[in-house]
Design a protein around this ligand. Structure first.
Ligand SMILES: C[S@@+](CC[C@H](N)C(=O)[O-])C[C@H]1O[C@@H](n2cnc3c(N)ncnc32)[C@H](O)[C@@H]1O
Length: 383
């Protein structure tokens, strides 16, 4: 595909997303209907779509319309490309822009330039204070790929060498020995030996830092285990026995295989079948995901105030339930991948106010300025 044909494809996909289709199915539908597109084309079209979604408002302002064409004309202006060289109307290229289209673009206003929805902006500012603008701007860029070295299988040097043999270059984090940032060849990871044999796992730096700050000794219950990323990290750090639980067991379907590959033991508890008390209970609750909008940028535009209200209630209920499984002297770790204070500090403050058996131990918010994805951890202890 020519660069112009890739832009035309991105226009089609963006129009579907703007009409309400989620991004991943829209990309998949295009891929299935475009057998002529090679893997390089698919990756390039995906990047065009995701880069545009991260910067949707500013690009639509620059391009003069909240449409696939408007957003792609905005990309040309943003990146200093002459639209006339890509919007040629030749072959599979997009049609030549009309004079009205060419005249419609303008500079984004202050809110558009941050690429956040209007309704969210006051809450974003209240949550992040002086970091609100730099974090919003960081969320407009692609997220880095981070790997976690699984110390059960290999040390960092061995993992780095195995990755290098498969053409994957990494850089070590300054303080966390198990965290490696992929700087080249990340697309080859799924087939790399280091990944297939469990020497490394894909895990963002922020949850890695959060897990490293937890007391990983004794029994662990991961109450909202999902795919089990945190349970695996803590098992590798030495927690055990480890029990994974999720209200939707299908979300844990791959966990036994992931645990086998990682060389750790994880027991699976069916919904409602958890019993006893644990030294450490994780409540990695469902949240807005506002810290991970670089990876799922369409979620930024789909979130509504009513979703946040519903999530706040769900989180409070899960915290109360999970707290019931913490042993005396044990710890409760509340985690979100959100940057919004009502889901983070305020949720924890309300829990502590209604749960005198618990005392706060530590709280930390991670952002792209200090770590990688937006993430929140509160550690509490049962007296
Ligand atoms: C943020 S995800 C967990 C991600 C996971 N810990 C990981 O590291 O990959 C939240 C999970 O909470 C689960 N969940 C939602 N409501 C729940 C509830 N009431 N009890 C337990 N799990 C719940 C969801 O099914 C979802 O898998």
């Amino acid at each position: 595909m020519t660069p112009a044909a890739r832009i035309a494809a991105a226009i089609t996909i963006l129009d579907r997303i703007l009409a309400g289709e989620p991004a991943e199915p829209a990309l998949l539908r295009w891929s299935r209907a475009s057998r002529f597109a090679g893997s390089g084309d698919r990756a390039a079209v995906r990047d065009l779509v995701f880069d545009s979604l991260r910067r949707l408002r500013s690009r639509a302002a620059l391009g003069g319309a909240m449409t696939g064409r408007g957003v792609m004309l905005g990309l040309c202006r943003d990146e200093g490309l002459d639209p006339a060289t890509l919007f040629t109307g030749d072959g599979h290229a997009p049609a030549t822009p009309s004079p009205a289209e060419l005249g419609a673009g303008r500079m984004p206003d202050a809110a558009e330039a941050l690429d956040l929805p209007d309704w969210l902006l006051p809450l974003w500012r209240a949550s992040l204070g002086a970091e609100a603008e730099p974090v919003a701007l960081a969320m407009r860029d692609r997220a880095p790929v981070w790997l976690r070295v699984n110390l059960r299988r290999a040390g960092p040097a061995e993992a780095i060498a195995a990755l290098a043999r498969d053409g994957i270059e990494v850089q070590r984090h300054e303080t966390l020995a198990t965290a490696l940032r992929a700087t080249g060849g990340a697309r080859k990871l799924a087939s790399a030996r280091a990944y297939r044999e469990g020497l490394v796992e894909l895990q963002d730096l922020s949850p890695q830092l959060a897990c490293a700050a937890l007391p990983a000794r004794g029994s662990l219950l991961d109450f909202c285990a999902g795919g089990g990323g945190k349970a695996l990290a803590l098992a590798a750090q030495g927690a055990g026995p480890v029990t994974a639980h999720d209200i939707d067991p299908r979300r844990m379907a791959d966990l036994p295989e992931r645990a086998r590959r990682a060389g750790v033991q994880v027991g699976i508890a069916s919904p409602g079948q958890v019993s006893g008390r644990f030294d450490l209970v994780l409540a990695d609750v469902p949240c807005t995901g506002s810290g991970t909008w670089r990876r799922s940028p369409d979620a930024k535009w789909r979130l509504a105030a009513a979703d946040l209200d519903r999530l706040l209630q769900l989180q409070a209920g899960i915290l109360d339930q999970a707290a019931g499984f913490v042993a005396t002297g044990g710890h409760l770790a509340y985690m979100t991948c959100s940057l919004l204070e009502p889901e983070n500090g305020a949720q924890v403050a309300a829990f502590l106010a209604r749960s005198p058996a618990f005392q706060p131990v530590a709280q930390q918010r991670f952002t792209p300025l200090s770590a990688s994805d937006g993430f929140f951890l509160a550690l509490m202890r049962r007296r």
